[in-house]
Design a protein around this ligand. Sequence first.
Ligand code: ADP
Ligand code: MG
Length: 466
Amino acid sequence: MSVWFVDDERRFGTEQKMIHDTWGLVREQLAARIGKNNYTTWIEPLKLSDLKDGVAHFEVPTSFFGNWVSRNYSDHILSQMNSSGIEAGRLEFFVARAVEHEPKPVARPAAKPVARASDDLPGSPLDARFTFDSFVVGKPNELAHAAARRVAEGGPVNFNPLFLYGGVGLGKTHLMHAIAHELQARQPHLRVLYLSAEQFMYRFVQALRERQIMDFKEIFRSVDVLMVDDVQFIAGKDSTQEEFFHTFNVLVDQNKQIVISADRAPGEIKDLEDRIKSRLQCGLVVDLHPTDYELRLGILQTKAEYYRSQYKGLQMASGVLEFLAHRITTNVRVLEGALTRLFAFASLVGREITLELTQDCLADILRASDRKLTIEEIQRKVAEHYNIRLADMIGPKRLRNIARPRQVAMYLAKQLTLRSLPEIGRRFGGRDHTTIMHGVKRIEELMSTDSQLSDDVTLLRRLLQG
Ligand code: ADP
Ligand code: MG
């Protein structure tokens, strides 16, 4: 079992680790089996805690959630686990206690569902619902959408790669699948390969282990369009990066289209080799901004329409969608999950979806989105980003390399919290409100001339709003 991971991830005991790795695969298989939507809503949030005496323990967000999964998906989960070699006879669900330490990052990041995109290509499966038709366009994503459309037309390769980035759940994967669907519909002869960076690594390691590296190279270099999702995953994984880099270069040289996604801009991905960063920056880099209210409402309306057709006869009071668009500002996946659960719950109890029912059923999600950002969190993140000490944020030092980050933190505190200037001043070591005002203004001015600073602020804002 020594070569499963080329890279150092030795945090867990081998056996638990194997179980968790296998659970990663089980999840992929489940996704293919029960559909992406159900998967995202019910399986993805499950955290496999441990396996003892044939009982697999899962952490779930609420007891309603646990009951639902237990009732509807136990059999699927068990049979898939067993056929993948995890010997479990029973599942148990428990609700996590609030604010304890995060459980260790056990399972690998959400695995993409697997199926064949093009028969002989080792791609991840495409979700049939992730099309351009079902993608709601708004201000925050219009550029990304336009660029994706352009690539999907399959004309001459104008920009290579297309690099899409943005926070979790903002539609990167959706757009990539949409490109693949469209290309395959328009030009069925094209060899389009879509896969997650995680799958890329997995295939690569498998090829190494089975001594089929030449086949691997051949396959990856024979495609017309290569799409790699969540490329930040290979950061720090040296041999995988190396292989990715070569594949990338060969394809670009042959003028084949490449589409990449990541959770941040190429330059911001830590532990990614510089030569890869600079190649990624060569094409068109577009970001998906956090959603705004209008976009969220648009998405909710589209999905609600779909659910109304699924759950016939279910009534929804007016104002519910507006309430959700207003309250759940994190990401679209959470928003969708909320709606899915809401409809499932309402149909289960046979009641109209009212505001009250919504608040009951979604209490945990609403609470999580409610979390208010504190000034201290902002100071800490900014200090971390600029590599200065937290104490210097509030201290008296006036050196530029400290004063500037401090002003960034002031600016973000003003933007992201409801605190008044005097209140902010107090938390910055008792500074006067005019000092804060000056700091905020200074950053506003600089952002229009200093693109590095403006990128920093955008990134920090995104990290803080997570
Ligand atoms: P990412 O890959 O950026 O983390 P996804 O593409 O997986 O996000 O999107 C998460 C969920 O939100 C998906 O179910 C997707 O269909 C939905 N979604 C995101 N943006 C939009 C949009 N603009 N219109 C419709 N659905 C969207
Ligand atoms: Mg994604």
